[in-house]
Design a binder for this molecule. Structure first.
Ligand code: SF4
Ligand code: SF4
Length: 474
């Protein structure tokens, strides 16, 4: 056993209001440079939809992530020989049109135009060519189901569902899906890089691109199944979400989490057995990857785990953070949060609590009771998104969320606590109260439990100076 620490995030999709506030500080701080105009380390998609870049979840198109080949785990796009053969032409890359051609406007014209009977109008201008352009796609083109009749049916999460039925007015559903890099335990971006420029930090598992080593081959871009590495065309290097590591090192949460209006995000530390990562990613059935992934994460309250972690060099502050981790509570102890597309086998570490949705029985539109099968968002759709098609873990999470909602209503509104609704979901009142606290009313200190960086082992502080951020020209 080799114990490592990992910073992870849980996003509660039940609470995301699609305000995009999270994307803005991230954009301002990390990708507001020339060459990065089209890059959104944090973006928020509307589901159903094909997302940003288009069809990112479709690995038949992009061949990202890992796959089992002859019983062995291998990059879905092929190993070193295939990389070498295609080093000057990689057919699996998304094009700029799959993201979107970034644009701006001559805003000054609005104020400097001569007086006239009509309001002055300005047309979009490409930030790449400088020419006027027509807009036909953007980073959030499908916002609030805009265009869903055209693109929604191509959403791969409709697998084994009749997409056309769920895109009709009476049956349609929607929810928001905020996305950042998953800082995976088994990152295919790292394994795809011919220059070994990507690496996973030893102390907290954050995945970064070394801007000096990067040669711009872009195999990380195609290798990431979540399409969360981007090519920065002004510097000729790849860039990606850094989990705001300069803030994390100071014990602060990420910008997207700090600014989240819906308070949907929790950030915390996990301990895992690094020696078992490959084994977990190599289980034969796609639906077994999530349980195997869970089994790699260790119980921070287990004295033996604590002893081994200390022996493996994990600082006491990180151990304490792991014991108080909201991520461990939500994802591992309570099984409320699930990893997106575990079948990509990268073992992602940003997990999602599936959203509850209104009861959708048309004959009784005012109904408030009903089971998760009566809800507007099909369980099967969520299972395809969060559990490789296995409905069981999604049902467990949704049933628990529904049970605590009903229990709290019986406590607060009806003033007659109804424990039976909890028992059916395998919960007791103290667990329910604790879940409600963390899901609904937790303060900053409960939602973000982040150990500060330990640098006393570094003998040369001057070496670290100025390393928190991108160089001027990146
Ligand atoms: Fe790498 Fe992040 Fe993609 Fe995982 S989600 S493969 S860590 S870029
Ligand atoms: Fe959702 Fe929070 Fe982002 Fe708003 S700031 S879109 S609530 S994740």
């Amino acid at each position: 056993m080799k114990i490592k620490a990992q910073l992870a995030m849980v996003m509660n999709l039940d609470k995301c209001i699609g305000c995009h506030t999270c994307s803005i500080p991230c954009k301002n701080v990390w990708t507001s440079r020339p060459g990065a105009e089209y890059i959104w380390f944090n973006n928020v998609e509307t589901k159903p939809g094909i997302g940003y870049p288009k069809h990112w979840e479709d690995q038949e198109r992009y061949r990202g992530g890992w796959a089992m080949k002859d019983g062995k785990l291998d990059l879905a796009a092929g190993g070193r020989l295939r990389k070498l053969a295609g080093i000057f032409y990689n057919p699996d890359l998304p094009t700029i049109d799959d993201y979107y051609e970034p644009w701006t406007y001559d805003y000054e014209k609005l104020t400097s135009s001569p007086a006239s009977k009509q309001q002055p109008a300005i047309r979009p201008k490409s930030l790449i060519t400088g020419r006027k352009m027509e807009l036909d796609w953007g980073p959030n083109w499908e916002d609030d189901l805009a265009g869903a009749p055209a693109t929604g049916g191509q959403d791969v999460n409709f697998r084994s569902l009749e997409a056309a039925r769920y895109l009709q007015f009476e049956e349609v559903f929607m929810f928001y899906l905020p996305r950042i890099c998953e800082h995976c335990l088994n990152p295919s971006c790292v394994a795809s890089c011919p220059s070994a420029a990507l690496y996973k930090r030893d102390e907290d598992g954050i995945v970064l691109v070394d801007q000096v080593r990067c040669r711009g081959w872009r195999f990380c871009v195609s290798g990431c199944p979540y399409k969360k590495v981007y090519f920065q065309w002004a510097s000729g290097t790849s860039v990606k979400c850094l989990f705001c590591y300069p803030r994390i090192e100071a014990g602060l949460t990420t910008l997207c989490a700090e600014t989240c209006v819906g308070r949907i995000r929790s950030v915390g530390a996990l301990l895992y057995d690094a020696d078992r990562v490959r084994e977990a990613a190599s289980v034969a059935e796609d639906t077994r990857v999530y349980p195997a992934h869970l089994s790699v994460i260790l119980d921070p309250d287990d004295p033996e785990v604590a002893r081994r972690a200390a022996a493996d060099g994990i600082p006491e502050a990180t151990l304490a953070a792991a014991r108080n981790s909201p991520v461990y509570q939500l994802a591992v102890r309570w099984r409320l949060a699930l990893p997106p597309h575990p079948e990509f086998r990268t073992l992602p570490m940003v997990w999602y609590i599936p959203p509850l949705s209104p009861i959708a029985r048309v004959e009784d539109p005012g109904a408030t009771e009903g089971g998760i099968d009566d809800m507007r968002i099909p369980v099967r759709y969520l299972a395809n998104l969060l559990a490789a098609g296995d409905e069981e873990p999604v049902r467990l999470a949704l049933n628990r969320l529904l049970a605590i909602r009903r229990y709290m209503r019986s406590v607060r509104v009806e003033k007659k606590p109804d424990k039976t609704v909890l028992e059916e979901a395998g919960l007791d009142p103290s667990q329910a109260e604790e879940m409600v606290r963390l899901l609904a009313i937790a303060k900053f200190a409960d939602r973000y439990v982040i150990p500060t960086a330990r640098r006393e082992a570094d003998t040369d502080p001057g070496r670290l100076q100025g390393r928190a951020g991108y160089p001027e020209d990146a």
